[in-house]
Ligand binder design. Structure first.
Ligand code: SF4
Length: 352
């Protein structure tokens, strides 16, 4: 049976060349790097163009390895240029990923799970029960597919940043996320520097120290409330990991990674948007290096919350800025195609 190229890491691929394709041990390291670099830099559909590889080896690779990737089954383009792809995985489950072009950068938001266990009350994904953790190849393939769609194979990348903020909680699929980031950041792989990748967590506090040591990307914490009382109301995970513990682990993360942590704060009218909440948030922000993104709430069918008015968001931001911290109001992107923050959801269900 053919092996799928994307299930290898570079070391296991080198072993495969030696053991299965009888490549000389002395040559295997060079050949594995050459093929690896080509596929991740030029795309999986052009392997037959790798003419610097001896023809015999090229033919062996084409016959013994599949370069199959999940398929895009729908593409929606927002009036603001955001693109949402619905992707059918090789096992027929479905995930979504979203491309968000801006003036100075373009971000690809990818998923780490099909569905989610965390059930954050304001999030559409949270209404879809967890179907599965994505394999690291399925995480990386979202980037490969998007690059293929955008013909993004030049040195000057069209997708400049990658955020793991799509469907799922990355730290509940920790090992696969870790392996995926290895490939995303590898100079021979997709070659995104650690400072171009952000992993977002809803607050799985006990995984934050491991991520500081082993993943090392930018970290985004979906905080969404300045105290336990409100946070528990909108994020049930707060019953398990309280804000005090999150603050402790964020201090540790920033001491290792030496970058500000981004706090994500979706603004829900009458829930977490009072000026008192802003003052409490300032006190929290004083405890570790961080900045906050204030996110316009994106509605979805059946949700009970309303977005905070724009002028109230600005007043909230002012309190934070006056205290000396960065508060950025994030414009909603891709709302008309349900591609905005917290709106992703697919029809996949766990098989009984
Ligand atoms: S916000 Fe993130 S962690 Fe919470 S339910 Fe949605 S996908 Fe899951």
């Amino acid at each position: 049976m053919q092996k799928n190229f994307f299930h290898f890491n570079i070391e296991s691929f080198r072993h495969f060349l030696i053991n299965d394709l009888s490549v000389d041990e002395k040559q295997a390291s060079m050949r594995s790097k050459q093929i690896w670099d080509f596929v991740y830099k030029k795309g999986y559909s052009k392997i037959a163009d790798l003419t610097t590889l001896p023809i015999e080896l090229r033919n062996k690779i084409i016959s013994s390895i599949s370069f199959d990737v999940p398929k895009i089954i729908s593409t929606q383009v927002s009036t603001d240029g955001t693109i949402k792809w619905l992707i059918r995985l090789l096992d027929n489950n479905e995930v979504e990923c979203v491309f968000i072009p801006e003036k100075t950068r373009a971000t690809l938001c990818i998923s780490s799970q099909v569905g989610c266990t965390l059930n954050c009350r304001f999030c559409h994904t949270g209404t879809q029960r967890l179907v599965k953790n994505l394999h690291f190849s399925e995480i990386v393939n979202q980037v490969m597919i998007a690059k293929e769609q955008l013909n993004d194979w030049d040195e000057q990348k069209k997708i400049s940043n990658i955020v793991l903020m799509g469907m799922g909680e990355p730290f509940y699929n920790y090992e696969n996320v870790k392996f995926a980031v290895e490939i995303l950041k590898d100079k021979l792989g997709l070659s995104y520097g650690l400072k171009k990748i952000t992993v977002s967590t809803a607050g799985i506090a006990n995984k934050i120290p491991d991520a500081a040591r082993e993943i090392g990307t930018y970290l985004a914490l979906s905080l969404h409330a300045p105290n336990d009382e409100i946070r528990e109301l909108i994020m049930p995970i707060n019953k398990k990991f309280k804000i005090k513990e999150l603050v402790q682990q964020c201090k540790y993360y920033s001491s290792i990674v030496k970058e500000k942590i981004t706090l994500e704060y979706v603004m829900l009218r009458g829930i977490n948007d009072s000026l008192e909440c802003a003052k409490q948030l300032v006190k929290l922000m004083a405890q570790f290096p961080c900045k906050v993104n204030l996110i316009e709430f994106n509605r979805w069918p059946g949700v009970q919350y309303l977005p905070t008015e724009r002028q109230d968001m600005e007043k909230f931001a002012k309190i934070i800025e006056n205290a000396g911290y960065i508060a950025t109001i994030r414009r909603s992107r891709g709302q008309d195609i349900f591609g905005a923050c917290g709106q992703l959801r697919t029809e996949s269900q766990k098989k009984k």
